[in-house]
Write a protein that binds this ligand. Structure first.
Ligand SMILES: [Ca+2]
Length: 167
């Protein structure tokens, strides 16, 4: 089977303003459930993506991309951590396609949690789960890459069960 790669371009209008990792770190640590040792940044400088672009263009593109490539949950080689990383990497490719990587990476992290409460179509229980944490101009949000569901991080019920956040 021939797999084709197509990308969605994150143009200048989708990138809003620079933000330093220290601010991102401080915002996350404002939550009593999150310690500094649980957060790892790869860069110093990030740039916020447009929330509207994320919701109306990037998330639908990603779901369509997964489907078009036959990428679905199958064994440990294609499960929640893999789909989360693919989401993050597709966002990185979009930034590169738009020529914006010189301004920084998008603050999009892989988050490992114990999925105590259900979210985004994934049932609760005592299993570990991976999903995406992202900062837009409207604050912090979590995204379930399997379904595209997005919610404000402040309302995320599994916040006390976060293991780590990796940007
Ligand atoms: Ca895996």
């Amino acid at each position: 089977m021939m797999l084709s790669l197509y990308t969605i371009v994150m143009g200048a209008a989708a990138l809003l303003r620079p933000i330093h990792y220290s601010q991102l770190e401080a915002e996350l640590q404002a939550s009593p459930a999150i310690q500094a040792s649980q957060i790892e940044f790869s860069d110093r400088q990030y740039i916020l993506p447009s929330h509207d672009w994320l919701v109306s263009e990037f998330i639908p593109y990603t779901l369509d991309y997964f489907e078009s490539q036959g990428l679905m949950m199958e064994g440990e080689g294609m499960d929640c951590d893999n789909l989360s990383r693919l989401f993050q990497n597709l966002l990185m490719i979009s930034n590169s396609s738009g020529g914006g990587t010189g301004n920084g990476d998008v603050p999009c992290a892989i988050m490992k949690v114990k999925q105590v409460e259900a979210f985004g179509g994934v049932p609760g229980g005592d299993s570990y789960h991976s999903l995406v944490l992202i900062r837009t101009e409207r604050g912090w949000h979590i995204i379930e890459p399997q379904t595209g569901e997005i919610a404000a991080f402040e309302h995320y019920s599994n916040r006390p069960h976060i293991e780590w956040i990796f940007f």
